[in-house]
Design a protein around this ligand. Structure first.
Ligand code: ZN
Length: 250
Protein backbone atom coordinates (compact mmCIF):
# COMPACT_ATOMS: atom_id res chain seq x y z
CA UNK A 1 0.00 0.00 0.00
CA UNK A 2 2.75 2.39 1.03
CA UNK A 3 4.62 1.41 -2.12
CA UNK A 4 1.68 2.17 -4.29
CA UNK A 5 1.18 5.62 -2.59
CA UNK A 6 4.90 6.37 -3.03
CA UNK A 7 4.67 5.27 -6.64
CA UNK A 8 1.59 7.48 -7.15
CA UNK A 9 3.36 10.46 -5.56
CA UNK A 10 6.48 9.93 -7.68
CA UNK A 11 4.27 10.03 -10.80
CA UNK A 12 2.22 13.03 -9.61
CA UNK A 13 4.14 15.65 -11.68
CA UNK A 14 3.56 13.51 -14.77
CA UNK A 15 -0.17 13.14 -13.99
CA UNK A 16 -0.56 16.91 -13.38
CA UNK A 17 1.34 17.62 -16.56
CA UNK A 18 -0.89 15.30 -18.55
CA UNK A 19 -4.04 16.84 -17.07
CA UNK A 20 -2.75 20.36 -17.92
CA UNK A 21 -2.12 19.24 -21.48
CA UNK A 22 -5.64 17.80 -21.72
CA UNK A 23 -7.12 21.01 -20.26
CA UNK A 24 -5.25 23.29 -22.68
CA UNK A 25 -6.14 20.99 -25.55
CA UNK A 26 -9.84 21.03 -24.64
CA UNK A 27 -9.88 24.86 -24.27
CA UNK A 28 -8.30 25.19 -27.69
CA UNK A 29 -10.83 22.74 -29.05
CA UNK A 30 -13.68 24.83 -27.62
CA UNK A 31 -12.29 27.99 -29.17
CA UNK A 32 -11.87 26.28 -32.48
CA UNK A 33 -15.34 24.81 -32.42
CA UNK A 34 -16.81 28.22 -31.41
CA UNK A 35 -15.04 30.02 -34.23
CA UNK A 36 -15.75 27.29 -36.73
CA UNK A 37 -19.44 27.17 -35.77
CA UNK A 38 -19.80 30.95 -36.22
CA UNK A 39 -18.24 30.56 -39.65
CA UNK A 40 -20.57 27.74 -40.56
CA UNK A 41 -23.74 29.35 -39.17
CA UNK A 42 -23.52 32.77 -40.77
CA UNK A 43 -27.31 33.22 -41.02
CA UNK A 44 -27.51 33.18 -37.20
CA UNK A 45 -25.06 36.11 -37.05
CA UNK A 46 -27.22 38.05 -39.51
CA UNK A 47 -30.40 37.66 -37.45
CA UNK A 48 -29.88 40.68 -35.13
CA UNK A 49 -29.40 42.88 -38.21
CA UNK A 50 -32.75 41.70 -39.57
CA UNK A 51 -34.36 42.52 -36.22
CA UNK A 52 -32.97 46.07 -36.34
CA UNK A 53 -34.37 46.56 -39.82
CA UNK A 54 -37.71 45.30 -38.54
CA UNK A 55 -37.61 47.74 -35.58
CA UNK A 56 -37.14 50.65 -37.97
CA UNK A 57 -40.51 49.85 -39.48
CA UNK A 58 -42.43 50.50 -36.25
CA UNK A 59 -43.63 54.10 -35.66
CA UNK A 60 -41.21 54.98 -32.87
CA UNK A 61 -37.56 54.26 -33.53
CA UNK A 62 -35.82 52.77 -30.54
CA UNK A 63 -32.55 54.50 -31.39
CA UNK A 64 -34.21 57.93 -31.35
CA UNK A 65 -35.96 57.68 -27.99
CA UNK A 66 -35.13 60.76 -25.93
CA UNK A 67 -36.11 59.38 -22.54
CA UNK A 68 -35.10 56.68 -20.09
CA UNK A 69 -37.45 53.73 -20.73
CA UNK A 70 -36.73 52.30 -17.29
CA UNK A 71 -38.39 55.41 -15.83
CA UNK A 72 -40.88 56.53 -18.48
CA UNK A 73 -42.92 55.27 -21.39
CA UNK A 74 -44.59 57.44 -24.00
CA UNK A 75 -48.09 56.10 -24.59
CA UNK A 76 -48.16 56.53 -28.36
CA UNK A 77 -44.94 54.50 -28.63
CA UNK A 78 -46.96 51.57 -27.23
CA UNK A 79 -50.03 52.15 -29.41
CA UNK A 80 -50.28 55.02 -31.85
CA UNK A 81 -54.10 54.75 -31.89
CA UNK A 82 -54.36 56.18 -28.37
CA UNK A 83 -55.62 59.71 -28.98
CA UNK A 84 -54.00 62.75 -27.43
CA UNK A 85 -55.70 66.01 -26.59
CA UNK A 86 -53.15 67.31 -24.13
CA UNK A 87 -55.04 70.41 -23.06
CA UNK A 88 -52.15 72.09 -21.23
CA UNK A 89 -50.27 72.13 -24.52
CA UNK A 90 -53.08 74.32 -25.88
CA UNK A 91 -54.95 77.38 -24.61
CA UNK A 92 -58.10 75.22 -24.39
CA UNK A 93 -57.90 74.65 -20.63
CA UNK A 94 -59.25 76.29 -17.50
CA UNK A 95 -56.36 78.77 -17.28
CA UNK A 96 -56.55 79.65 -20.99
CA UNK A 97 -52.77 79.41 -21.36
CA UNK A 98 -50.32 77.09 -23.09
CA UNK A 99 -48.34 75.44 -20.29
CA UNK A 100 -46.52 72.63 -22.15
CA UNK A 101 -44.10 73.19 -25.01
CA UNK A 102 -45.66 70.28 -26.91
CA UNK A 103 -48.22 67.56 -26.51
CA UNK A 104 -46.51 64.39 -25.37
CA UNK A 105 -47.91 61.89 -22.89
CA UNK A 106 -45.48 60.10 -20.56
CA UNK A 107 -46.23 57.80 -17.64
CA UNK A 108 -44.28 55.48 -15.39
CA UNK A 109 -43.86 52.19 -17.29
CA UNK A 110 -46.32 50.08 -15.27
CA UNK A 111 -49.01 52.77 -15.45
CA UNK A 112 -48.43 53.22 -19.19
CA UNK A 113 -48.77 49.49 -19.85
CA UNK A 114 -52.01 49.42 -17.88
CA UNK A 115 -53.46 52.31 -19.90
CA UNK A 116 -52.42 50.42 -23.02
CA UNK A 117 -54.27 47.30 -21.81
CA UNK A 118 -57.38 49.37 -21.07
CA UNK A 119 -57.23 50.96 -24.52
CA UNK A 120 -56.82 47.61 -26.23
CA UNK A 121 -59.80 46.25 -24.35
CA UNK A 122 -61.91 49.19 -25.61
CA UNK A 123 -60.66 48.63 -29.16
CA UNK A 124 -62.35 45.24 -29.16
CA UNK A 125 -65.70 47.06 -29.08
CA UNK A 126 -64.70 49.80 -31.52
CA UNK A 127 -63.85 52.38 -28.86
CA UNK A 128 -60.61 53.85 -27.53
CA UNK A 129 -59.00 56.20 -25.01
CA UNK A 130 -58.20 59.87 -25.38
CA UNK A 131 -55.67 61.42 -23.00
CA UNK A 132 -56.09 64.96 -21.63
CA UNK A 133 -53.05 64.88 -19.33
CA UNK A 134 -50.40 62.40 -18.15
CA UNK A 135 -47.11 63.14 -16.38
CA UNK A 136 -46.98 66.82 -15.52
CA UNK A 137 -43.62 68.49 -14.76
CA UNK A 138 -43.51 70.33 -11.46
CA UNK A 139 -42.78 73.72 -13.03
CA UNK A 140 -46.17 73.41 -14.75
CA UNK A 141 -47.71 72.58 -11.37
CA UNK A 142 -46.24 75.83 -10.03
CA UNK A 143 -47.78 77.79 -12.90
CA UNK A 144 -51.19 76.20 -12.25
CA UNK A 145 -50.87 76.88 -8.54
CA UNK A 146 -49.96 80.53 -9.09
CA UNK A 147 -53.05 80.98 -11.27
CA UNK A 148 -55.45 78.84 -9.25
CA UNK A 149 -54.19 78.11 -5.70
CA UNK A 150 -57.16 76.02 -4.58
CA UNK A 151 -56.32 72.70 -2.92
CA UNK A 152 -58.83 70.09 -4.02
CA UNK A 153 -58.64 71.33 -7.62
CA UNK A 154 -54.93 72.08 -8.05
CA UNK A 155 -52.32 70.29 -5.96
CA UNK A 156 -49.81 72.36 -3.99
CA UNK A 157 -46.55 71.99 -5.96
CA UNK A 158 -44.53 71.77 -2.71
CA UNK A 159 -46.21 68.42 -2.05
CA UNK A 160 -46.81 67.65 -5.70
CA UNK A 161 -49.62 65.64 -7.23
CA UNK A 162 -49.62 62.13 -8.60
CA UNK A 163 -49.49 63.74 -12.05
CA UNK A 164 -46.10 65.17 -11.02
CA UNK A 165 -44.97 61.61 -10.21
CA UNK A 166 -46.10 60.06 -13.50
CA UNK A 167 -48.79 57.89 -11.91
CA UNK A 168 -52.00 59.77 -12.83
CA UNK A 169 -53.99 60.21 -16.01
CA UNK A 170 -56.82 62.45 -17.19
CA UNK A 171 -58.73 60.71 -19.94
CA UNK A 172 -62.02 59.86 -21.58
CA UNK A 173 -63.49 57.33 -24.01
CA UNK A 174 -63.90 58.01 -27.71
CA UNK A 175 -65.94 56.17 -30.31
CA UNK A 176 -64.69 54.77 -33.61
CA UNK A 177 -64.81 58.20 -35.26
CA UNK A 178 -62.81 59.83 -32.46
CA UNK A 179 -65.83 61.54 -30.89
CA UNK A 180 -65.80 61.71 -27.11
CA UNK A 181 -68.59 59.80 -25.39
CA UNK A 182 -70.85 62.20 -23.45
CA UNK A 183 -69.56 62.52 -19.88
CA UNK A 184 -71.72 65.40 -18.65
CA UNK A 185 -68.96 68.02 -18.38
CA UNK A 186 -65.78 68.97 -20.16
CA UNK A 187 -62.34 68.04 -18.79
CA UNK A 188 -61.34 70.26 -15.83
CA UNK A 189 -64.87 71.38 -15.09
CA UNK A 190 -64.67 72.48 -11.46
CA UNK A 191 -68.00 71.85 -9.81
CA UNK A 192 -70.29 69.16 -8.40
CA UNK A 193 -71.44 68.10 -11.88
CA UNK A 194 -68.01 66.53 -12.46
CA UNK A 195 -68.25 64.44 -9.28
CA UNK A 196 -68.72 60.69 -9.44
CA UNK A 197 -71.41 61.11 -6.76
CA UNK A 198 -73.45 63.55 -8.88
CA UNK A 199 -76.28 61.53 -10.38
CA UNK A 200 -78.61 64.17 -11.84
CA UNK A 201 -77.36 63.35 -15.33
CA UNK A 202 -78.74 61.49 -18.37
CA UNK A 203 -78.55 57.72 -18.06
CA UNK A 204 -76.16 57.58 -21.00
CA UNK A 205 -73.72 59.91 -19.22
CA UNK A 206 -73.89 57.91 -16.00
CA UNK A 207 -73.34 54.71 -17.96
CA UNK A 208 -70.31 56.20 -19.77
CA UNK A 209 -68.73 57.38 -16.53
CA UNK A 210 -69.35 53.97 -15.01
CA UNK A 211 -67.84 52.29 -18.05
CA UNK A 212 -64.66 54.36 -17.73
CA UNK A 213 -64.48 53.77 -13.99
CA UNK A 214 -64.95 49.99 -14.28
CA UNK A 215 -62.40 49.77 -17.06
CA UNK A 216 -59.76 51.77 -15.21
CA UNK A 217 -60.32 49.89 -11.96
CA UNK A 218 -59.93 46.63 -13.80
CA UNK A 219 -56.53 47.83 -14.97
CA UNK A 220 -55.23 48.97 -11.59
CA UNK A 221 -56.39 52.59 -11.39
CA UNK A 222 -58.55 54.23 -8.76
CA UNK A 223 -60.97 57.12 -9.19
CA UNK A 224 -61.21 60.30 -7.14
CA UNK A 225 -64.61 61.65 -6.17
CA UNK A 226 -64.40 65.13 -7.70
CA UNK A 227 -63.18 64.47 -11.28
CA UNK A 228 -64.68 61.82 -13.56
CA UNK A 229 -61.62 62.09 -15.89
CA UNK A 230 -58.86 61.58 -13.29
CA UNK A 231 -57.36 58.20 -12.30
CA UNK A 232 -54.44 57.30 -10.06
CA UNK A 233 -52.39 54.20 -10.67
CA UNK A 234 -52.62 51.75 -7.75
CA UNK A 235 -51.74 54.44 -5.19
CA UNK A 236 -48.07 53.85 -6.00
CA UNK A 237 -45.61 56.22 -4.38
CA UNK A 238 -43.54 57.31 -7.34
CA UNK A 239 -40.91 59.99 -6.79
CA UNK A 240 -41.67 63.56 -7.74
CA UNK A 241 -40.05 64.22 -11.10
CA UNK A 242 -38.82 67.20 -13.03
CA UNK A 243 -38.47 65.41 -16.33
CA UNK A 244 -38.40 67.64 -19.38
CA UNK A 245 -39.19 66.19 -22.78
CA UNK A 246 -37.85 67.17 -26.14
CA UNK A 247 -40.24 69.13 -28.34
CA UNK A 248 -38.06 69.35 -31.42
CA UNK A 249 -39.40 67.48 -34.44
CA UNK A 250 -37.28 64.42 -35.22
ZN1 ZN B 1 -55.81 64.71 -13.22
Amino acid sequence: MQNSIASYLSHLPLIVGSLSFLLIFSINSCQQSASSSSTVEEPVVEEPIQQLVHQEEVPVKVDTLDYDTTQWLELISLDSTIQLDIRYATANNFVGQVLYGCARCFLRPAAARSVLAAHQQLKEEGLGLKMFDCYRPRDVQWKLWEIYPKPGYVADPRKGSIHNRGGAVDLTIVDGTGQELPMGTDFDFFGPRANHTYTDLPKEVLANRQKLKSLMREHGFSAIRSEWWHYNYRGEEYELADEEWNCQPK
